[in-house]
Design a protein around this ligand. Structure first.
Ligand SMILES: [Zn+2]
Length: 444
């Protein structure tokens, strides 16, 4: 892989604790896909064998990490609006998912990866069906991905085993940007027997697990009355927590869940997706303050665009800061630095990647943004711009694994017009509700 030199940019430094800062006038040297050095800019002609990227006037931030999504659901963007969570699932999404085919999933994943890269997302942590198609798309577009092939208990042990096999096949691709996890849907759609089997496979084959749990307080109450245990207690007694899990949402946590999560804090990450909680009126958001006091890291996701409408992680991190301040009634909580850490460093933990900060030795996943537009000026505080005023269109260049995959706001790996034409050509087939049945019924 050629060596790349990003010249004359500012660099966002995200420390493990404490305040983020911006270092001005830096050069980032990348070799073998990793950051080799970050040094003050020296005005000199670089060596002939260096590829260079002039980043004068731009700010380099760690590539954003979308810690929980269902990428192909961009195909249902805007097709299920103003609905309760029950009706969203039962009247729209799960009947629509009867229409999934490998080809339609591939087309949706291409649109999703294009949207994410152009908005500065360099890694997405995905949970969906036909994940082998999504793997091919991630490789094609050059984005980093951790993919969890999804299953429900209602579709039988064959679909469970097929999902495990899909994870093995993704791993067997041997691509360093694409990794796999196991993807049971949630404790309310997957039996304890199947969760135990998932934990067994995860531990014997060294996979992590990505699933939804405790999405709402109602789910927790109903789990307690049906199973005598909270969703987190079920993950504990089935070995899921011990295996290492990325848990989406966890808005319905109760006090007795925290010690269980704390016991496995070294291998657990929670993904919060606040726009979804607001839009589906799901009640309180993820209790990040309590999780943090139990040392459980929290990262930020969009969830699927069938509810979130975008895969814009800037929007998600902004809503994380706002909803956290509101929920805690504490304007000093979820500071700029805390919010940026969730979307970068903690995202790297969620995706099990050596990314998330611009530090020598880390994989070179870098988003270069231009903060000169009116909505960011005057720039008293670049951290405030990154959390509260930036737009995805301020992203200029994106580097993944040392490769420039977005140059001057244009994908270098695929043709966006073709991606849009293809997506619009099949979008109607995915939202068609004439087929009887549904892939699942929401009744937690
Ligand atoms: Zn989800």
């Amino acid at each position: 892989m050629p060596t790349l030199l990003i010249q004359n940019c500012s660099v966002l430094v995200v420390p493990e604790t404490g305040e983020c800062r911006v270092d001005e006038s830096q050069d980032i040297l990348i070799t073998d896909g990793k950051i080799a050095s970050i040094t003050p800019t020296v005005p000199q002609a670089p060596a002939d064998d260096l590829e260079t990227l002039d980043a004068t006037g731009l700010l380099a931030v760690p590539g954003l990490i979308n810690a929980h999504t269902h990428s192909p659901m961009v195909m249902m963007r805007g097709a299920a609006e103003d609905l309760s969570i029950d009706n969203w699932f039962n009247q729209k999404i799960w009947p629509m998912e009867m229409n999934l085919t490998p080809e339609r999933v591939r087309v949706g994943a291409r649109l999703a990866c294009a949207e994410m890269l152009l908005a500065g997302v360099t890694t997405f942590v995905d949970h969906y069906f036909h994940a082998e198609q999504i793997a091919q798309v991630a490789i094609e577009l050059g984005i980093r991905a951790n993919l969890a092939p999804t299953f429900f208990t209602s579709t039988g042990p064959e679909s469970r085993e097929a999902a495990f096999e899909a994870a093995r096949q993704i791993r067997a691709l041997g691509n360093n940007r694409v990794t796999a996890s196991l993807g049971p849907h949630a404790p309310y759609t997957v039996s304890e027997e199947d969760l135990r089997r998932t934990a067994e496979v995860a531990q014997s084959e060294n996979f992590r697990i990505h699933l939804h749990a405790a999405e709402t307080q109602d789910q927790t109450t109903s789990s307690q009355s049906q199973h005598g245990a909270t969703p987190i207690q079920i993950l504990h007694r089935t070995g899921i927590l011990e295996s290492g899990a990325l848990i989406a949402h966890a808005c319905g946590l109760v006090n007795e869940d925290l010690p269980l999560l704390a016991e496995y804090a070294d291998r657990t990450t929670i993904a919060t997706c606040p726009k979804v909680y607001l839009k589906l009126a799901m009640g309180p958001t993820t209790p990040i303050k309590q999780l943090q006091s139990a040392n459980v890291p929290v990262a930020i996701g969009t969830d699927g665009a069938a509810v979130h409408n975008t895969l814009d992680l800037w929007e998600s991190l902004r809503l994380t800061a706002l909803t956290q301040k509101h929920q805690e009634q504490d304007a000093e909580w979820m500071s700029l630095s805390q919010t940026l850490r969730l979307a970068t460093r903690n995202g790297a933990q969620a995706s099990h990647q050596n990314t998330g900060t611009l530090t020598p030795g880390r994989q070179a996943d870098i988003t270069l943004v231009d903060l000169s537009s009116p909505h960011n000026q005057p720039l008293h505080n670049p951290l405030a711009a990154l959390v509260y005023s930036i737009r995805p269109t301020d992203v200029v260049h994106v580097v993944v694994d040392g490769e420039v995959v977005v140059h001057d706001r244009t994908l270098t790996t695929a043709d966006l017009t073709e991606i849009l034409t293809q997506a619009n050509g099949v979008a109607h087939t995915l939202v068609d509700l004439t087929k009887p049945g549904a892939v699942q019924r929401y009744a937690p």
